[in-house]
Design a protein around this ligand. Sequence first.
Ligand code: ACO
Length: 379
Amino acid sequence: MSGITTPARRGLDGVVAAQTRLSHVDGLAGELIIGGYELKELAGRVTFEEAAHLLWRGALPGPEPLLALRREMASQRALPEETLQVVRASRTAPPIDALRMACATLSLDMADPNDISPQADLGDAQMLTARFPSIVAAHARLSAGLEPIAPRADLSHAANFLYMVHGKEPDPIAARALDTYWVTVIDHGMNASTFAARVIASTRSDMVSAVTGAVGALKGPLHGGAPGPVLDMLVEIGAAEKAEGWLKRELAAGERIMGFGHRVYKVRDPRAEVLSKVADEMSAAHLEDRRLFDLARAVEQIALRVLEEEKPGRNLKTNVEFYTALVLQSLGLKPRSFVAMFACGRVAGWCAHVIEQHAEDHLIRPQSEYVGPRGLKTG
Ligand code: ACO
């Protein structure tokens, strides 16, 4: 075949790249469906482990399969020594880079890293999802000059993470907040990192390779890297009455306002709705968190108005990252770790997509439109 049959779509905008049973994003209705359930049916009502089971096996688990999944994941939380060495060596690097480097080592203690059978994929999904928080927690401690804390098998996925970071059992409200956050971000249609994972899996490459690539794709500020800058923005603005001037100056300088705008959503991201409630609940007990939450709510309203005035018709609404920043901050986590925290939730979705892509077994290989010169001569 020669020549271009269809015009290139910038950024593959609107192109359907796969069929999936995992999640659906309706950007006009502001609806996110995960495994058949609307997000609001799941967030705050099922645990992260249950949501992961839904994606990996197609249904929410009954009590016994849930217990079995919890046990298996808890037994896989400890990191292999080689992985811990990489985390140590990368302790001054940003957490998301440490996670990418450590993730690549997770095939070292696998019986056959290249086994991409459905059974092996399920095992790999559990292992990767179980270990991501252990990597992020170990890195948080090492970068603060502390030794990592061994995981505890008797705690839930979320509670154990907070225990490994802070060294004490978390308040149940904090553990629930993190659990809800991870359920909220577990999957989201054909986003850039998921697409990256599926492209890699489509070559019949293994799950660890696909997930390592996805971590790299998530890192960028246009995808998962926005919540740290959201917090910086709120701190810089400082008071609601300064917001309008600050936002207008940023826009005039050609900057983007972090936490707003989305390729698919043209209305408020339903995840922002869930997470603003979580942030509200978490900030009830602490004066500083409350001040930040009240400021965020005020800045959100002003930003929506200013964006509509300065960028009319672009429908730039609040996205998931805006309140993520507040939820993670209230859990005592550092902004530099926010994108790695996102990865700890999204890893379950990436793995589910890899399982789906391996079953599909069809190479993803789009075309490009050549716009360079032709007929050049070397001599
Ligand atoms: N602030 C200011 N202007 C914006 C913003 C924003 N946050 N987002 C988009 N725009 C403007 C663009 O400058 C462009 O303006 P123009 O028409 O005058 O050139 C117009 O809106 C369209 O922008 P695109 O880049 O084509 O829109 P796209 O759909 O590709 O962008 C994106 C989506 C990348 C998320 C963008 O809205 C953005 O950069 N937001 C800020 C970063 C952010 O919050 N990222 C997290 C996204 S959520 C997630 O991935 C988990």
